[in-house]
Design a protein around this ligand. Structure first.
Ligand code: NAP
Ligand code: GDP
Length: 322
């Protein structure tokens, strides 16, 4: 890696993961690093000229590329084309502009939900391109998969170290709590918050979409942020790396709902709307590669991370993305 001062540009710096990276960086500032966090108000990364102006302004040596059109199962199902096109444009603009500006390292973000639907478990880093993704989110999935294809091209043709990480489901402060766009944790958190706003009583009904049976691995955004920073500083391979909790920490959606009920001390009952989609049944990912580098990394226990996120949401409801 190049010596001297690093200027690290974080695209998507105003979102869930970007805010968590900012918080962790603030606790561990290094004199040879200058961090810049940008959101869509700073540049429209779907637009090449706007992306070029951003790189011209900050002259980054390193980029963490988080910016994306991101959403939960139901938002993906109704907007597959938008997820495909916006993410294709953003990813191509960021990677190509980084190359044109001689950026020495880019860390982009894939997701465990882009893997083949029909597969063996656990999923690992070698399996990204082994078959079609789940039909619910094919637009997002193909756009994300092409980051890995592009990274290999930038390495092969230009000798670049442009790599990617593959997080499992993420949650934490600064998530998107909007009912039509949110992932399951912020979506259900918003719902519970609103249900008990006028009284936490036994007659209240908390509706969880789908059967509650699907399985997911969830990483707390602060844990993911620490791993992202480690990748930027220490992981020097084009090959993607899964950033996930252990397989033993996988939970059902029912367990998510129950953890939220506990954190809110909700007095009513849970009902499952089985007419709504379940999406992928599971996408169990192996973090063996990560563990080979960081065997002792401690993930925040799920219940504790849920509690902290609920506290943040209650304290920041007025400013949250609702
Ligand atoms: P998020 O909270 O929705 O944040 C998205 C970020 O992208 C925001 O900072 C947003 O800026 C920016 N952005 C969107 N469109 C843009 C545009 N046209 N130009 C410039 N910036 C734009 O998302 P997140 O959950 O932090 O996701 C971060 C990364 O992690 C994404 O690449 C996502 O695919 C990946 N990921 C997320 C999860 C998850 O469960 N959330 C799981 C696996 C992987 P403004 O807010 O300023 O508009
Ligand atoms: P996914 O992990 O990519 O499928 O994304 P989500 O976080 O959106 O959904 C995970 C699971 O939670 C799916 O099985 C959904 O059916 C279930 N789920 C239950 N209630 C909700 C809700 O209110 N919002 C969302 N987004 N998902 C929900």
């Amino acid at each position: 890696m190049s010596g001297g001062q690093k200027i690290i540009l974080v695209t998507g710096g105003t979102g869930l993961v970007g805010n968590a990276i900012r918080d962790i960086v603030d606790e561990d500032l290094r004199p040879d690093e200058k961090w810049i966090f940008i959101g869509s108000k700073d540049a429209d990364l779907c637009n090449k000229q706007s992306t070029e102006a951003l790189f011209e302004k900050y002259k980054p040596t390193h980029v963490i590329h988080l910016a994306a059109m991101v959403g939960g199962l139901f938002h993906n199902m109704s907007h597959n084309l938008d997820f495909l096109r916006k993410n294709l444009h953003m990813n191509d603009n960021v990677l190509q502009t980084a190359h044109e500006n001689n950026v020495s390292k880019v860390v982009s973000c894939l997701s465990t939900c882009i893997f083949p639907d029909k597969t063996t478990y656990p999923i690992d880093e070698t399996m990204i391109h082994n078959g079609p993704p789940h039909p619910s989110n094919y637009g997002y999935s193909y756009a994300k998969r092409l980051i890995d294809v592009a990274n290999r091209g930038y390495a092969q043709q230009h000798g670049r170290l442009y790599t990617s990480v593959i997080p499992c489901n993420v949650f934490g402060p600064h998530d998107n709590f909007h009912p039509s766009a949110s992932h399951v944790v912020p979506g259900l958190m918003r719902k519970l918050h609103d249900i008990i706003a006028d009284g936490n009583t036994e007659d209240k009904v908390f509706t969880v979409l789908g059967s509650g049976k699907p399985l997911r691995q969830f990483i707390y955004s602060r844990d993911l942020a620490k791993l992202f920073i480690w990748v930027l500083r220490e992981y020097d391979s084009v090959e993607p790396i899964i950033l996930s909790v252990d397989e033993s920490q996988e939970v059902t959606i029912s367990e998510v709902a129950e953890a939220l009920v506990k954190a809110f001390d909700f007095k009513g009952k849970i009902v499952y709307d089985t007419s709504a989609a379940d999406g992928q049944y599971k996408k169990t990912a192996s973090n063996a590669k990560l563990r080979s580098y960081l065997p002792d990394f401690k993930f925040t226990p799920f219940d504790q991370a849920i509690k902290k996120t609920v506290e943040w949401y209650q304290d920041n409801y007025d400013q949250a993305r609702n």
